[in-house]
Design a protein around this ligand. Structure first.
Ligand code: GAR
Length: 192
C-alpha cells in the first residue's frame, strides 16, 4: 500500500498536532508531511521542529487570494488534511479540492456551541453560561460552513455546576488527545 500523507493546520499551541505526530511516529504507512499555520507565533511551530516536520506559514492574502496553499498540498500528494485548532475558515477552493478529505475537531458537542466565533475558550465559557450538564468533542468532515460537515465521532464528559470554563477545557482536552489521533488513523484506513 502506498504511504499516506497528512497535512495538519494549526493556529495556536498545537497540543493536538503534537499528539497526532506522536501517535504516527514510527509508522511506515503514514507520515505527517507538513504543518501549516497562519500564526508565526503559534506554539505548534516549535512542536513541529521537535518532530522534524516542515512548517509552512501563510498570511491572509496568500491564503484567500492565491491558490498557493491548495497547489502545494496537491503537489505534495496530501491524502488527508487535519485541522487541529485552526481558526480561519477554509476557502471554498481548498474544500472543493479535498472532498471528504478534511477533518476538524471542535471542543463541544455539535451542533451545540458551534459556528463563527465559537472557538477555544469562548466555547467553554458558553457551555458554562448555558448551565450544560455535559460537554465533549466532535470530530467531523469539513465543508464550506463553520462546524457543519458530517460528524465522524463524538465523546462526552460531565460538566459539574461548579466547573469553571478552564475546568471544562481541561476535561475536553483529555478527550481530544485520547481520540483525535485514533480517529484520524481510522479515517485514513477508510480512504482505502
Ligand atoms: C482545541 O481544543 C480544538 O478543539 C479547538 O482549539 C483547540 C486547539 O488546541 N478548536 C476550535 O475551537 C475550532 N473551532 P491545541 O492548539 O492545543 O491543539
Amino acid at each position: 500500500m502506498p504511504k499516506r500523507s497528512i497535512a495538519i493546520f494549526a493556529s495556536g499551541s498545537g497540543s493536538n498536532a503534537e499528539k497526532i505526530a506522536e501517535y504516527f511516529a514510527g509508522r511506515t504507512d503514514i507520515e505527517i508531511a507538513l504543518i501549516l499555520s497562519n500564526n508565526p507565533k503559534a506554539g505548534v511551530i516549535e512542536r513541529a521542529r521537535r518532530f522534524h516536520i516542515p512548517v509552512l506559514l501563510f498570511d491572509r492574502t496568500g491564503f484567500y487570494q492565491t491558490d498557493q496553499v491548495t497547489s502545494l498540498l496537491q503537489k505534495q500528494g496530501i491524502d488527508l488534511i487535519v485541522l487541529a485548532g485552526f481558526m480561519w475558515l477554509l476557502p471554498a477552493s481548498l474544500v472543493q479540492a479535498f472532498p471528504n478529505r478534511i477533518v476538524n475537531i471542535h471542543p463541544a458537542l455539535l451542533p451545540k456551541f458551534g459556528g463563527k466565533g465559537m472557538y477555544g475558550h469562548f466555547v467553554h465559557e458558553a457551555v458554562v453560561a448555558a448551565g450544560e450538564a455535559e460537554s465533549g468533542i466532535t470530530i467531523h468532515f469539513v465543508n464550506e460552513q463553520y462546524d457543519e460537515g458530517q460528524v465522524i465521532f463524538q465523546a462526552n464528559c460531565p460538566v459539574e455546576p461548579t466547573d469553571s470554563p478552564d475546568e471544562v477545557a481541561r476535561k475536553v482536552q483529555v478527550l481530544e488527545h485520547r481520540h483525535y489521533p485514533r480517529v484520524v488513523d481510522e479515517v485514513l484506513q477508510r480512504l482505502g
